[in-house]
Each structure stands twice: as structure tokens, then as C-alpha cells.
Design a protein around this ligand. Sequence first.
Ligand SMILES: Nc1nc2c(ncn2[C@@H]2O[C@H](COP(=O)(O)OP(=O)(O)OP(=O)(O)O)[C@@H](O)[C@H]2O)c(=O)[nH]1
Ligand SMILES: [Mg+2]
Ligand SMILES: [Zn+2]
Length: 331
Amino acid sequence: MEALFRQLGYDSEVERDWQSLAEPGQRLGRVCRATRRDYTILGVEDRPVRVRAPGRMFRDDQAPTVGDWVGVRGDDHGRWVIACVLPRRSAFYRRAAGRVPLPQVVAANIDTLLIVSGLDGELNLRRLERYLALAWQSGAVPVFVLNKVDLCADLDDAKALVSALAADVPLHLVCGKSGDVGEIRQYVAEGRTCALLGSSGVGKSTLINALVGEQRMEVGEVREDDRRGRHTTTHRELCLVSDGGVLIDTPGMRELQLWGDARALDRVFAEIAEVAARCRFGDCRHRDEPNCAVREAVGSGEIDAARLSSLQELFDEFAELAEALRQHRNS
Ligand SMILES: Nc1nc2c(ncn2[C@@H]2O[C@H](COP(=O)(O)OP(=O)(O)OP(=O)(O)O)[C@@H](O)[C@H]2O)c(=O)[nH]1
Ligand SMILES: [Mg+2]
Ligand SMILES: [Zn+2]
């Protein structure tokens, strides 16, 4: 059990949090799978156990997620139920579907976020910016992964496009199909947790299988019509790598609505934030304000116009979220 805990990432911080929360009879484990109110937990017994979370956790927005450390206790019927969730060290949130502004926590206690794209089609740079806006708020470190190098005619071009987007984010080109994933193995180590994020069909599960060295995750064909939402991976799942490390597979996310604070955009659009310091107004949105240094820089070619419109679009979405939250609180 001790080896399993180490592999799951148990360390002095988890130990300290657990000691301050644990009540007699409770046991500690880590959520490896979550579907609605059913959870699978590792570490409680010598095999994965199925547990339920009490309804109040969902009402209070305290629902556990994959990657969470949880305390479980036995109920009157001899079944395990989740009693508490340990504080999260990091968490990747997006806005849940629906009109009411609510967060959905995709995965918790992640060290590295592998944001995967497939090189079999056009790279969606605007979507990568959206991922980064959420990633920089998560507390985990984002890494870009371009998969399917075997299907790309111009790797240098793809590389240049993505590194121009974020010079401070590591970028790796891999081939899940042939198992050529050496570059990302550095993030998989004992006590470390990596989550793979990205659209359906980019090869997240294929990469996990290559890293684990066996067919642990189901892999499916790339679908022409992603809109029907038939993704191969349908739930989030944490899996252990035999020589150490934890990988979290996620279903392709079609909608990646923003959650959190617009300030995250300063980091995603660092080159614009730098020039914006010279705009006349501190809260300049670079639209029709006078003496706008950013619009001037777009005019001279110093700043890419597509980057500015992307920033403005994400900013508007954050503003809309803030307004929805305000109305929700007042209702
Ligand atoms: N040519 C090529 N195909 C790949 C590569 N990696 C994955 N694929 C294929 O891409 C398809 C989708 O792979 P998956 O691993 O199921 O993709 P996913 O990202 O997990 O998709 P969802 O689970 O739906 O989110 C499969 O047919 C894989 O065989 C690669 O490096 N090269
Ligand atoms: Mg998958
Ligand atoms: Zn401006």
C-alpha cells in the first residue's frame, strides 16, 4: 500500500492535510474515475473501490473530481462513502454547460497539463489560447503537444505557429501511433500527475497507451462529425504508470467555455499586455479609445491583428461571465 500511495503522489503536503481532516475510521484514497455520483477510488483497499458522494457535496459545489484526494468512511450498509475532499493544489476549471454560471472542475491536483493537438488538420490557434487562459489559472504547468507528426508535411511551420503563440510554453512533437513519445516522458515521474486535454480524436488515449506501454485506454477512429459528441473516451480516468507517475485521460472537449478571471489574459497575450502599458487609458480595450498604443502596433505590424481580436473575444467572454455571476448572486 505504501508503494501505491507513493505512486499516487502522496507526499508531506497531502499527509499534513489528511491529518488535519481525518476522523477516526476514515481512510484516504485518490479518485481515479468519476461518473455522476459514482466514484472509483484507489488506495482505500488493495483494489479499486466504488464509492458514492453524498448529495450535499453536489449542492454545495464541493463535488469531488478525478485526481482529488478524498477521505472515505463506511456507512451503515458497510459501503464506502466520500466524507471529505482534501484541499486542491491545482485544478483545471471550465464553465459548465448551461445558462447558470457554474464551474466544472475537469481534474484536480495536476502538475502538468498536456494540451494535445493533432497535426492531421489545421491547427486551431485560437483554441490553444483558450486552453492557456484556463491553464494559467489552474496552478498546473501547461505544455503543448503536437501529435501525429507522421501526417504533417510541414513540421517547422506547425512548430513556428505554436511557439509564436506562447514562447514560455514548452512544445513537443510526438507520434502516438508509432509510440514515439519520448519527449513527453519527462513529465511522467513518480509522484507527478499529468492530465491530457484536447479535442476528440487528437490522440490523447493513444499517447497514454504509449506512455503506459499497454492498451489501457480505448482508442477510436477520428470522426468527421464531432458535433454528435460521440467521443471515444467518455469519462475522465486516472491511470498509473508502472514505473511511477499518474496520467489523467479526459474526453475531447468540444466546448471550452471560460471560467475565472480576465486577468489570466495578460499572460496569454503577453506581447499585447506589454504594449498596452502605453495606452492612454489603463482599462483600454483597444477598440475606439484615443491614443491606443496597441492599435498603433497592429497598424505598424508589430502586433498580429488576429491576436488582438482573439484577446478581445476572450475578454468579452470573461466580462459576460462576470455579469452572469453578478446577476446570479443577486437573484
Ligand atoms: N496517424 C496517426 N494517427 C494517430 C496518432 N495518434 C493517434 N492516432 C489515431 O487517432 C485516432 C484517435 O485517437 P484517440 O487516442 O482515440 O483520440 P482521443 O484524443 O483519445 O479522442 P477522444 O477519446 O474521443 O477524446 C485513432 O484512430 C488513433 O489511432 C499518430 O501519431 N498518428
Ligand atoms: Mg480518448
Ligand atoms: Zn489600447
